[in-house]
Design a protein around this ligand. Structure first.
Ligand SMILES: [Zn+2]
Length: 381
């Protein structure tokens, strides 16, 4: 299935087997960057590396058998589906002994990797979700308007509207009073049409959960049109498009995706200085692994900020689900904690589970000096 929402990732991260490990598989299958042969070769290498990893693993025979089964199943699935698949990436989660199997087609390429852990490794999925916003794109001119939903690199038309607004061309011979009358008539007609478009915009926006609005509108109409928009909509206009209703969907999508990428980069550039200034004035922010895990455990986190590809083993309490950098026993219930392969992945899961935002920043960034991880807090205890 297609990766579309954080609910899918939350559901996936709920899977856990007490006795068996789960295989998480990520493959870059971007055919615009690689030939089919290259993709097949990296798949082969990835699988054979993982097979030898299983051979050397210090775990029971049954667990190993389950992992071998996972790898074979993944291999079979890829050879059947990879050549017809046009997505940039593929993620598969499997635990054969529990009949657990889920795959996702990804809109952007992940790093190739296979991870064996107690539960599905979802961090790359969260990073992809963070890259994409649900965009409401509107293009309009004097006669026509079109509304689109853009998400995960795909576009669909939500609605369109067309009205025969007369143009401002003077009919032959009209002068003086008559010509002014026609101009007034045209202006009223145009105004009414923009009003209609503003109303439909509000209606469509309310029906869906969009993050951003992109507006493609000729400059000569934009101030009139924006004056008619509900303030709630106006505040969410994040970018301007050159596209008009006569442009193709492909043109609009291309422009929107470029703009999304640019805005995302800006957002990323702004978040670290914002976090650091909050940290330095002792405000609602925290940094470093231990502190961040502590705040997560206490549900203080509003936005978790992690460095892409930064990972570290850690520990988790099987009872309270609290996360720790190195506590052998849970300070809250005194139970022995479980060793986790990547505590950052657990932190991302916990954050998603607690409805926090998760932001992934590219290294090197100034966050490196603050322990590569941090968070904005809702409150501080
Ligand atoms: Zn505990």
């Amino acid at each position: 299935m297609k990766l579309l929402s954080r609910e899918q990732v939350e559901d996936l991260s709920k899977f856990k087997s007490e006795d068996f490990l789960t295989t998480s598989f990520y493959l870059n299958s971007d055919k615009s960057q690689m030939r089919k042969k290259e993709i097949a070769l990296s798949l082969k290498n990835l699988l054979s590396q993982s097979k030898s990893q299983v051979e050397q693993m210090d775990t029971g025979k049954k667990n190993k058998e389950s992992l071998y089964k996972d790898l074979n199943k993944i291999n079979r699935f890829c050879s059947q589906n990879l050549s017809s698949n046009n997505f940039s990436g593929l993620a598969i989660f499997s635990c054969s002994s529990q009949d657990f199997w889920q795959f996702f087609n990804l809109p952007s390429p992940p790093r190739n990797r296979i991870i064996f852990d107690r539960n599905p490794y979802v961090r790359p999925l969260s990073a992809i979700l963070d890259e994409h916003h649900r965009i409401f794109a509107l293009t309009l001119d004097r006669k026509e308007a079109k509304w689109y939903d853009i998400f995960m690199g795909e576009i669909s038309l939500l609605d369109s509207h067309k009205e025969d607004v007369p143009s401002k061309v003077r009919e032959g011979g009209w002068e003086g009073y008559e010509s002014k009358r026609i101009e007034r008539h045209v202006a009223t007609h145009l105004h009414d049409n923009l009003k209609k478009i503003a109303r439909i915009t509000f209606k469509l926006f309310k029906q869906n959960h969009f993050d951003w609005i992109f507006l493609g509108c000729r400059e000569k109409y934009s101030s009139d049109f924006e004056a008619l928009l509900h303030p709630y909509i106006k505040d969410r206009i994040k970018g301007r498009l050159k596209a008009t209703p006569s442009d193709s969907q492909a043109t609009l999508l291309k422009e929107s995706l470029e703009l999304e990428k640019k805005l995302k980069k800006q957002e990323e550039d702004e978040i670290i200085p914002r976090l650091i200034s909050e940290l330095e004035k002792g405000g609602l922010a925290i940094s470093g692994l231990k502190q961040t895990l502590r705040s997560l455990n206490q549900s203080e986190v509003q936005t978790l900020v992690v460095t892409r590809y930064f990972s570290q083993p850690g520990r988790k309490c099987p009872k309270c689900h609290f996360l720790f950098a190195d506590e052998l026993n849970c300070p809250s219930c005194q139970r022995k904690t479980d060793k986790m392969l990547d505590i950052i992945d657990e932190a991302v899961e916990a954050a998603m589970d607690k409805n926090c935002q998760v932001k992934h920043v590219t290294s090197p960034s100034k966050l490196n000096r603050y322990g590569k991880i941090g968070a904005f807090l809702r409150y501080k205890t």
